[in-house]
Ligand binder design. Structure first.
Ligand SMILES: C[S@@+](CC[C@H](N)C(=O)[O-])C[C@H]1O[C@@H](n2cnc3c(N)ncnc32)[C@H](O)[C@@H]1O
Length: 367
């Protein structure tokens, strides 16, 4: 008995995606209508294995709109059209027409790309983790190592204004303004940074790092954001602008393999703060213990090491998913905030420190 055809699977992906974005009028309407439009969904048949998802087609179209804001569909995209000028009618006819008129161009992008993001608002989740990690070693300079850093925007966390509930950390005058609510539980720990502890080195690792001066790759990251969420696009653009003149050092490769070498190259006296957000989730389950072993070996060797994570539940070894606090319903795969620390050759008790929204819109801190 044969399973559903590729076309049928793609169609079903659109059917499932539409209700998942019911709160986003543009993408909801496009997904809902495309589900019954084989001319449009068929563009995804050229995608690489595992990539034939609605978000890839929507990103390819968004990329075209970002490059060609003169196209009629652009009137519905808040990423290129000011709010007062946004069209209000049904976007689907213009979307369909664009797909038909630019089918070859879209297929070329779909065949060669996968979706990739760099969500700078995740600094809201990182700020309390950094504060918790540095609380017992406030004077020791920090070397930041981000695993799965994409364009490395999270490595600039001390250069952004980060509002966590009522508190502000980072640079209050920064053009990059990030914010998240504290919804329940204890007040998260927050330490003002900069100036303390000083960051003496920072490096990111990624399989497919994006250089901030690579206009095409940066536009693709932007296209993978959703135009219905213009605040995300704004923050992304502001962070790229801010970091571009002095981009963080980024190393290309598999972070499970590369981490030990990278750590060896960091200043000897520095507190090694390894962190990752929604990156280990994409690494095969049976490889995750290798990463844990590499970090533990560094800590056992006597270095001051902290391992901060914001990942899906049950992804980070030794970080159990805590119960969701009362009043929070899990509406999407939420993010578990984890902290593991090694001091003087020994590991302290691992902490599942809280939960967060995948894009840092809210967090809850368990004392
Ligand atoms: C969903 S993105 C998140 C990017 C960034 N951490 C953020 O929160 O905005 C995941 C990133 O992890 C990278 N990645 C996944 N597996 C990796 C691996 N084994 N080694 C290096 N990078 C990896 C991908 O290339 C991608 O850029």
């Amino acid at each position: 008995m044969s399973g559903p055809s590729s076309s049928e699977l793609i169609r079903r992906h659109f059917e499932l995606f539409a209700p998942a974005v019911a709160h986003l009028p543009l993408y909801h309407r496009l997904a809902e209508m495309a589900a019954d439009d084989a001319d449009v969904t068929g563009l995804l048949l050229v995608a690489q294995p595992g990539q034939a998802r609605p978000v890839l087609l929507l990103a390819a179209v968004h990329e075209l709109v970002l490059r060609r804001p003169d196209l009629p569909l652009a009137q519905w995209y808040a990423s290129v059209t000011p709010p007062a000028e946004l069209a209000t009618g049904d976007p689907y006819p213009a979307f369909r027409q664009l797909c038909l008129d630019h089918a070859d161009e879209l297929r070329a992008v779909i065949a060669t790309h996968g979706t990739q993001t760099n969500e700078v608002n995740r600094c809201v989740l990182l700020a309390p983790l950094v504060a918790a990690a540095t609380a017992d070693v406030p004077d020791r300079p920090v070397a930041l190592v981000e695993l799965g850093c994409s364009a490395g925007l999270l490595l600039g966390l001390d250069r952004y204004r980060i509002e966590v509930g009522d508190a502000v950390v980072g640079d209050p005058a920064s053009p990059v303004q990030l914010a998240g609510r504290v919804v329940d539980g204890a007040a998260p720990p927050l330490a003002p940074f900069p100036p303390a502890p000083p960051v003496v080195d920072r490096v990111g690792l990624d399989l497919a790092p994006v250089a901030l001066d690579d206009v095409d790759r940066v536009r693709w990251l932007e296209a993978c954001l959703w135009p219905d969420q213009p605040h995300r696009v704004e923050r992304f653009r502001a962070a790229v602008e801010l970091l571009r003149p002095e981009p963080p050092r980024v190393v290309q490769g598999d972070f499970v393999e590369l981490l030990p070498d990278v750590v060896r190259g960091l200043p000897d006296h520095a507190h090694v703060v390894v962190f990752h957000c929604w990156a280990l989730t994409y690494v095969a389950r049976d490889r995750r213990p290798d990463l844990a072993a590499a970090i533990a070996a560094t800590g056992a060797g006597g270095r001051t090491v902290s391992w901060l994570s914001a990942e899906a539940p049950r992804v980070v070894p030794s970080i159990e998913a805590p119960d969701l606090p009362a009043g929070i319903e899990e509406t999407q795969p939420e993010t578990v905030l984890g902290l593991r620390r090694w001091r003087d050759g020994h590991e302290l008790e691992p902490l599942a420190a809280g939960w967060g929204h995948p894009h840092g819109e809210w967090l809850t801190w368990l004392s």
